[in-house]
Design a protein around this ligand. Structure first.
Ligand code: UDX
Length: 436
């Protein structure tokens, strides 16, 4: 099928390349000429495993192209909208400017029977308020939220857990759902659940999923806070409750908490939308989840301060990690970088390293010192703080090797990713999050 994808940021670029890789003819469109230039040459504008390969394959096969011309969307059967919905500058609500601009720009290229499929994460109510504008051209608007995780984005797009499509309750809506089923045929034919809903349910599935994940993380971090005053070990606690199938062990990793471009923004936008709907109290707990999450960063900082006898002023501290999670160069709302910035604010000399995110971090936080490689970063440190659990730190860094480089023997494990016994045996003072 011929498809267009409007917005070639994280979501759109991955979606365009993935749709070409399953056999569709795809044009990706974005107003950022620099991004389009990179993508047209097969260069991914961000780090995402597997993306470069499918970009190059798609371009070489002639099935994938990129342009700044919105008119190139004409003739596509389905137009995906994958633009950003950032947090508003003066509040928690989502800013829908890019969604509206994309729909308006697309309108002249639409012909009767076309489908406009929103993929961006939007507040519940967004699609129904925009359906009329699209329907006036004879096209149909549907909402098809995306659940991809950074670092697994290509796999999550080609082989998702489930597909959700919100459609209007009309025959055009029914037809649109069938067309989307064909678009995703390779996944659907393998048995991937394909769930057709109304607009509001589809929009809510996305924010509810993210709210649930954020809640799970903050729940275990709340247990970590209790563990800290009782001598319990939150990692054993998580293992034990995780054996209950109803609970499950995934997303019970206690540490410095969640960050990134989605979970923090989405739970705040959800709270703001619930307030607008007069149901703020239904999701009051999400504000608490946000607060617990931010408190864990302070906890990591105070562990370092206490370990260095009450002051970090003038100490050399190495921060292992900058990305908000491994397999990503994304530093948006990175808990680890926040910890680094706070330690710098207390007068420490902070050196940050990360296998993928140093350049991004340097642009946003030029006051920190950066090292391209781990061992250079560790040399002469009084204390080490692990904030992103890359394998390079978690599996490939032996405590003896680290001790041969650093001056001090203090390690704060902000992700509970290391083996405390091994580090202590090598002479380190090990501090975890919610561990004795
Ligand atoms: C998330 C959702 O997982 C995805 O389905 C949605 O489409 C977008 O938001 P992503 O932001 O890529 O994806 O990252 P995710 O893997 O969910 O991690 C989010 C944050 O939670 C990271 O900072 C991670 O370090 C943290 N986290 C995750 C924990 O602190 N503990 C855990 O147990 C799991």
């Amino acid at each position: 099928m011929k498809l267009s994808v409007i917005g070639c940021g994280y979501l759109g670029a991955v979606h365009a390349a993935s749709m070409a890789s399953i056999g569709h003819d795809v044009v990706g469109i974005d107003i950022d000429a620099g991004k389009i230039d990179d993508l047209s040459r097969g260069v991914a504008p961000f780090f995402e495993p597997g993306l470069t390969e499918i970009l190059s394959e798609g371009i070489a096969s002639g099935r994938l192209s990129f342009t700044t011309e919105i008119a190139a969307a004409a003739g596509a059967a389905v137009h995906f909208i994958g633009v950003g919905t950032p947090q508003q500058k003066d509040g928690y609500a989502a800013d829908l400017t890019f969604v509206d601009e994309a729909i308006d720009a697309l309108l002249p290229s639409l012909t009767p029977g076309d489908i406009v499929a929103g993929k961006s994460t939007v507040p519940v109510g967004t699609a129904s308020m925009r359906a009329g504008r699209v329907e006036a051209t004879g096209a149909t608007l549907v909402w098809n939220p995306e659940f991809l995780r950074e670092g697994w984005a290509v796999q999550d797009t080609i082989d998702p857990d489930r597909l959700v499509v919100g459609v209007p309750a009309t025959s055009a809506g029914e037809r649109a759902a069938e067309v989307l089923r064909k678009v995703y045929h390779p996944a659907v034919s393998k048995g991937t659940p394909f769930i057709v809903t109304d607009f509001a349910t589809a929009e809510l599935v996305k924010v509810a999923a993210n709210a649930f994940l954020a809640t799970k993380i903050s729940f275990i971090n709340a247990m970590a806070e209790i563990a800290e005053v009782t001598g319990a070990d939150v990692t054993l606690l998580a293992d034990a409750i995780g054996h209950d199938e109803r609970i499950g062990r995934r997303f019970l990793g206690a540490g410095i908490g969640f960050g990134g471009g989605c979970l923090p923004k989405d739970i705040r936008a959800f709270s703001a939308r619930a307030e607008e709907l007069g149901r703020g109290e239904s999701v009051n707990f999400l504000r608490e989840m946000d607060t617990i999450n931010l408190r864990r960063r302070e906890r990591a900082v105070s562990l370092v301060v206490d370990a260095l006898d009450g002051s970090v002023f003038g100490s050399s501290i190495t921060v292992l990690g900058a990305a908000f999670k491994p397999h990503s160069d994304d530093i948006r709302d990175s808990p680890g970088l926040d910890v680094a910035v706070r330690l710098r604010g207390l007068g420490a000399n902070v050196t940050v390293t990360d296998p993928a995110a140093v350049e991004n971090a340097r642009r946003v936080h030029p006051q920190l010192t950066y090292a391209q490689d781990r061992d250079t970063a560790l040399r002469g440190a009084d204390a080490v703080v692990l904030v992103t659990e890359w394998d390079e730190y978690r599996r490939q860094l032996s405590p003896d090797h680290a001790a041969s480089l650093t001056r001090g023997r203090v390690i704060v494990d902000g992700r509970n990713a290391l083996d405390p016994a091994a580090w202590r045996a090598a002479g380190w003072s090990y501090y975890g999050m919610g561990r004795p």
